[in-house]
Design a protein around this ligand. Sequence first.
Ligand SMILES: C[C@H]1O[C@@H](n2cnc3c(N)ncnc32)[C@H](O)[C@@H]1O
Ligand SMILES: Cc1ncc(COP(=O)(O)O)c(N)n1
Ligand code: SF4
Ligand SMILES: [Zn+2]
Length: 624
Amino acid sequence: MSAILEKFLSTQARVDESAIQPLPNSQKIHVTGSRSDIQVPMREISLSNTQLNNKQEKNLPLTIYDTSGPYTDPKSSIDIRKGLTEIRKPWIEDREDTQRLPQTNSQYSHQQANDPSLDHLRFPNKKLPRKAKKDCNVTQMHYARQGIITPEMEFVAIRENQRLSEYKAQCFRQHPGQSFGAQLPNEITPEFVRSEVAKGRAIIPANINHPEIEPMIIGRNFLVKINANIGNSAITSSISEEVDKMTWAIRWGADTVMDLSTGKHIHETREWIIRNAPVPIGTVPIYQALEKVGGIAEDLTWEIFRDTLLEQAEQGVDYFTIHAGVRLAYVPLTASRLTGIVSRGGSIMAKWCLAHHQENFLYTRFEEICQIMKAYDVSFSLGDGLRPGSIADANDEAQFAELETLGALTQIAWKHNVQTMIEGPGHVPMHLIKENMDKQLACCGEAPFYTLGPLTTDIAPGYDHITSGIGAALIGWYGTAMLCYVTPKEHLGLPNKRDVREGIVTYKIAAHAADLAKGHPGAQIRDNALSKARFEFRWEDQFNVGLDPDRAREYHDETLPKESAKTAHFCSMCGPKFCSMKISQDVRDYAAEKGIETDSAFTQGMAEKAAEFRHQGSKIYREA
Ligand SMILES: C[C@H]1O[C@@H](n2cnc3c(N)ncnc32)[C@H](O)[C@@H]1O
Ligand SMILES: Cc1ncc(COP(=O)(O)O)c(N)n1
Ligand code: SF4
Ligand SMILES: [Zn+2]
């Protein structure tokens, strides 16, 4: 393990080649906002023509949401050692409510910066942190409540629309959805974004020290988002592996990434990740605080924790998981559980509370934490420290007691205009999932819900991306704003790059299935485009419109690798004579030849059959 760690050298850090490969038939486009520096990235997939008997019909390119940042833009040159362009810098500076600090406020950051033994690991292009000017509140919620539409808000409005108005001209089919009370306007305006942020129904995680991000929004009335967890552990992984996981995660579609490192060089690893991340980064600061006290929960203090908050806020972490709902009185409620407290943060705080027989300091110091959050615009992700870790423990008293407390804390955070979302379970059987969403909406004033899965059964270690993808799709449909992925390695080990991809694609499926079921305007455009390509045997288009073009192509080519198979009217599943889509097309051709519309051909056929049936005495079974 340490052999791998030693291999990392700042001077030799390189971008992962696999993260900068162009996506097939895709082009990075930017939609410009009201000012020229609002450049909202999207991916445009071009499609081939439909071959009709003697002419060709054009298929318009497809615009899709793009989380991959400049990595997939051939026009940008990536230098991991420099970090990404600070696109938000002018927006932050124009507000004139922040200042550069002469040095960091965190003692720990100061120590790390002056430790020569870390020179070879350190991110080379480090800048001084920014902080709110005295008595200023720099949160997006604060601006929103003052009626200000920030460039960040306008950016997310354009981003959420995905150029839908341009597709409206074409008629596309979409089923009406069942949104369970979510309000999904046909067009997202910057004013709608502002009002949702003002009401606390959505958050735009955007630390003033993370000017590199392309802003995104998390809320029930927007597209469902997904988060990917990465980070090292004491057992395995290095700085470069974690940076590679981040760039890999956004390539496949992670909307935010959490760095959950608990191993060596947490501070340095995070710096490399943030400086190169175009998506918001979340952390659980108590993990690093625990590292600082040698892993002994009882030795945690408010002072060490506070310094860790400053350290991470000044590095640019966009949201903090804070397990402030694990109150001393709730710990005994977990005694009869099958799997106790499975949340890392939750178990650490429970141990501290019991050892000192004192109320959780994250709870008692909550307003002091808010003061720090609003000076950098770090959003809260109020931790579900008492989430169920097994089907047996789902929806129990401990879990819902904590949820009530998270609701009360949300009100305090909102009093300080600190953006807040709520973390949710966990392990929950399907029929108990809806109660989680309903209770969260009721307790937490419609603050966005952010759930881990939930895993709908415990019996499939090795496949928990699937056990949880099922729960994620359901809870996303009911109104969860962001789905935290679970990889196939859950309960078994630290995920590697392969697991990250598997987890993300699984969660992209869950999130999109939820968008479709909610009736999100335009959600069906991509499904329609893929199905049309499939029906017309435009194999390349079928691969490219999908969430994982590489795998689709690989699977197809496993049996029919020849170029000629890319126009064949069958695949190896049914073969040429049994391909139903081919036969169905023959039916249409036949009808066209006979000069009858397909619909009426069917109707006519049905009428003839029906008459015959009646003639035979309307018996279902005819005597032999
Ligand atoms: C809360 C969730 O976070 C995941 N988790 C915890 N640490 C890491 C890490 N270093 N990398 C990826 N996932 C992690 C756990 O699998 C749990 O499901
Ligand atoms: C949705 C969700 N819930 C919880 C955590 C934190 O992990 P833990 O609670 O185990 O410290 C997380 N990262 N995401
Ligand atoms: S995933 Fe592994 S280390 Fe984490 S709680 Fe479960 S058994 Fe413990
Ligand atoms: Zn679990």
